[in-house]
Design a protein around this ligand. Structure first.
Ligand SMILES: [Fe+2]
Length: 187
C-alpha cells in the first residue's frame, strides 16, 4: 500500500544503489524503533526512514546543507504523498536546515540515520564483513572512539535517549533490524 508508493517515489528520484540501500537500512531501524515507541505507526515510521534522503541527488546539499530536507518535502508535496508527521521527521533529521527534533519519531530518525552507517562501517571492518558478526558491545565501544567513523554523528545517535530508549537498547534494536535485512545490505 503506502510503503509501495514510497518505494516507487524513492526509486524515481534516487538512482545511486548506495542511497537506496542506506534508505532501506534506516527504514528497518525506524520500524524496529516504532514497535517499541509507536506500535500502531510502524509503517509510518518506516516510510519516514525510507524517504529521509529523497533529495540526496537533487538538492545541491554539497553547496548548502540547509537544502537537505526542505527539497524532499517539496518533492513529496508534488507527488501528493506523505503528511506533516513524515515531513517534520525528514526535516529534523538534518538540523542544519533549521528544524530541531522535538518528538519521538523525529529523535528516532535523527539517531537512526547515523546509526545505520555506523553499524555498516563496523561490519565492513571485520574479516567476514557480516552484520551478524557485530556485537552490541563493539558498537558501544566504537561509539566512544570519536575518531572512528567520524561521519557518524554521535550527538545525533545519542538523541535517541530523548525517547526513553537507552543508547545500549538502541544499538541492540538497530543491530537486530539490520541483521534481518543483511541479504539486502549484502553484508
Ligand atoms: Fe541518511
Amino acid at each position: 500500500m503506502e510503503r509501495e508508493k514510497a518505494l516507487e517515489i524513492l526509486n524515481k528520484y534516487v538512482k545511486n544503489d548506495f542511497y537506496i540501500t542506506h534508505s532501506l537500512a534506516v527504514e528497518a531501524i525506524m520500524r524496529k524503533l516504532a514497535t517499541k515507541l509507536a506500535p500502531s505507526d510502524v509503517e509510518l515510521w518506516g516510510i519516514a526512514g525510507l524517504l529521509h534522503d529523497l533529495d540526496e541527488e537533487c538538492s545541491n546539499w554539497q553547496e548548502d546543507m540547509s537544502n537537505h530536507g526542505p527539497k524532499s518535502i517539496e518533492i513529496l508535496k508534488k507527488e501528493n504523498f506523505g503528511n506533516d508527521i513524515i515531513y517534520n521527521a525528514i526535516l529534523a533529521h538534518n538540523p542544519l536546515n533549521g528544524k530541531k527534533a522535538s518528538n519521538d519519531i523525529e529523535y528516532s530518525l535523527l539517531a537512526a540515520d547515523p546509526m545505520s552507517g555506523f553499524i555498516v562501517a563496523i561490519a565492513k571492518g571485520y574479516p567476514d564483513k557480516k552484520i551478524k558478526s557485530v556485537k552490541v558491545s563493539s558498537i558501544l565501544k566504537r561509539f566512544k572512539e570519536t575518531r572512528y567513523a567520524k561521519g557518524a554523528n554521535r550527538d545525533y545517535m545519542a538523541s535517541i535517549e530523548n525517547t526513553g530508549i537507552t543508547l545500549e537498547e538502541f544499538a541492540e534494536l538497530s543491530l537486530e533490524a539490520l541483521s534481518e535485512i543483511d541479504n539486502i545490505l549484502e553484508l
